[in-house]
Each structure stands twice: as C-alpha cells, then as structure tokens.
Design a protein around this ligand. Sequence first.
Ligand code: FMN
Length: 396
Amino acid sequence: MIRADVCNPCSEGYAPLSIPGAGGWTPAPAPPLNLSLPFAREFTYQNLRVFPNVYLAPMEGVTDPSFRRLCKRLAGGRMGMLVSEFVSIEGLTRFNPKTEEKTRFYPEELPFTVQIFGAEPERMAWAAQRVEEGGASAVEINCGCPVPKVVKKGGGSGLLKDLPLLAQICTAVRQAVSIPCSIKVRLGWSDDHVTVFETVKIAQDCGMGLIVIHGRTRAQGYKGWANWDLIGEAKSRASIPVVGNGDISTYQGAVDRLQRYGVDGVIAGRGAMHNPWMFAQIADLYEGKTPRSPTLREHRDVFRLFEQLLREEMDHEGRILGKLKQFSARCMKSLRGVAGARLELLRSESVTQYLDIADAFFEGLERDGGGEWDPGAVRELNGKNALEPEAGAAHW
Ligand SMILES: Cc1cc2nc3c(=O)[nH]c(=O)nc-3n(C[C@H](O)[C@H](O)[C@H](O)COP(=O)(O)O)c2cc1C
C-alpha cells in the first residue's frame, strides 16, 4: 500500500518548461585548474557519506562487477560509491536469474547502489525492498534511460513525461525501504519539455535524499554537450545534494565541474572507459598528492587485472574476449598513435592471443620510449570512431 500522507504532489500539477536551445549548449573553455578555489569533496545523504564524490556512472553492458571492481582497485579502494547497471523490476518480479544477477555485488564494492527501472509504484517499491534485503547501501530510480523499449512502458525517461507518476513512485519506494534513495534524471524529454527543476522538487518532496542529473534531454540522446548551466541552476534551487553528470573524462574536468557549477558530486560514464584511472587521480588529489598518469607498465597490467576480474565472474572465453575488446577499444584511445595495435587486439581470436598482442605492444612502447597518454585528447566519448560497436552503446 502506498501512503498518501508522505507526499501527494500529484494533485498540484507540474509545469515543465520550454527552454529553446537547452540541448544546444556549448561549454565555455575550462580555466586552468586552480585548486585554491573551493569545491565539495564529499556529500552525505540520508546518513550515507559519499567520499570521494567523483564516482563511476552506471552503464548497462559496461559497468558489470568486473569493470566496477577494476576502477575501484585502480583507485586503491578509494571510491565513494559504486552503482549497478539498471535493473528491470519486470525481471525482478519474475525472478529472472539474469536480472537478479545484476543486483549482486562484491563486498569490496560497498557502498553500493542498485539502480532499478519501471513504471509501477507498487512493483518499484517491492523491488526496492529486495534491493535492501540484498544488502545494498542505497537504491536509485532510473528516470533517464531513453531506450524506446523502456520508455514505451513508461519507465526510464518516460517518467519525465508523467511527473505525477514519478512522484508516486518516489513516495512508494521511500516508504518501502529504510536505506537511502535517489533518482537519476535527464534534463527533460526535449527542449520543449524541460523538467529538471520539477524533478528536483519531486525528489525533495517525496523523500529522495539525492538527485543525479545527466545534462541532456531524452531527445538529445548523446548528441551535443551536457548542459552544465542547467545542472548548476538546478543545484542552486535544490535542498538535497545534486550530483552532475555529462562529458567528464579527466580529474581536471571533474574538479572544474565541482567548482564552476557548485554540485555536490559528479559521476563519469564513458570517460571512465577511456580513463579508468580517473578515480585514483581524484583520490590522490583529495589526499594532497599530485595525481599522476599511469606508467606504460601499469597500462599494460590493467589488461591482465581486468582479465583476472572477468574470470572471477564468468568462464565463457568468448564473453571474456568480448569484454576485453570493448575495454581496449576505449582505454587505449587515450594513448596517442596506437590505432594499429587496437585493430590487432580487436581481431584477436582468443584471450591468450589478445594478451600476447597487448604485452608485445606495450613492451615495444617501453623499449622505444613512445606512447604518450592523454585522456583529455579524447573528444568523441560516444565511441563513434571505435572500431567495433560497444555493448549497449547503440541504445543509450
Ligand atoms: C553504454 C551505456 C549504458 C548506460 N546505461 C545506463 C544505466 O544502466 N543506467 C543509467 O542511469 N544510465 C546509463 N547510462 C547513462 C550514463 O550513466 C551517463 O548518464 C551518460 O553516459 C552521460 O555521462 P558521460 O558523459 O559521463 O558518459 C548509460 C550510458 C552508456 C553510454
């Protein structure tokens, strides 16, 4: 049963805004990093402290336990939060084993949020209870997924078109669990239907402790830039912590967004595939150390580490190879002059062959002193230029 006494905003009516050009925003050039300017390094919501406040965004088909653990291991365990791929309540209520698998995490991943999607308040509440019983630290409601299959049923960014329903879902989930709750939204459905300020209000009124904002509309998909002015404006109106999201691929970029837009935290998705060391660099910075680039040896070892983590999770060689290929297509892009090696890796037919090629490539670079690493040089986060499509990327 949903208690109406906590929040009944459905009768109040919401007013999405028309903001022409919301999705055509261009960022001003980032000023040089100035660490003497203040910025948030942590936030707390509903008694859960998130420190460091720069963490990995959820990505279906990418942020499985192996990739999440890889990022956290590289950061020496210093990751404020990890989030699951989105989990269908449809699958959960049918006890689909593949769906249930997605809610699982290793103890080393804590604090851990499970993100759920759906459009029925009572089933969302039931799913949130399962998440709590499973030992997760927090639960998040996905209101950003643009995939037609999800949206058609009213879930994901479909909820941005039905704000009273979103409010009901938030209320139902809040009532069902005692762990912290958050929502992750896009700016709105389209430039004509910008809902970010309304979703901040709904989150606050309905007991959500945190709102995560991806600065694009649903209509935008991944085109253009994330509109950080609107994220900053939403933050200035919010009484709960706001985490901003969009286009971050370096620790300097993360600090810039924290400083310029005053958000409480930021998450990085596609950028972390290019630069999984970003979280280590942030943690070093927060400890007063100078963030450093990985050495060629560390770059090479990361493939072995990822393979080891994948093996702990799955035993199908083809799947492991597929994941390794997805990884190198992104991760090596930040190394200048590696196109040939990336292609060779993508063509490898076994994990052993793949690792041999990677070893030989990095040994060659070490010998010849080449291989300049520059994650900031990666302009195309969508992977349009990647040699193979990534799992999930076509839909998101
Ligand atoms: C392949 C892929 C899968 C994604 N899956 C999810 C998901 O399961 N849940 C979610 O909230 N967002 C998902 N997203 C959106 C990201 O969390 C993030 O909001 C978006 O990529 C923008 O951030 P970025 O510019 O740092 O990548 C996905 C994005 C990509 C590229």
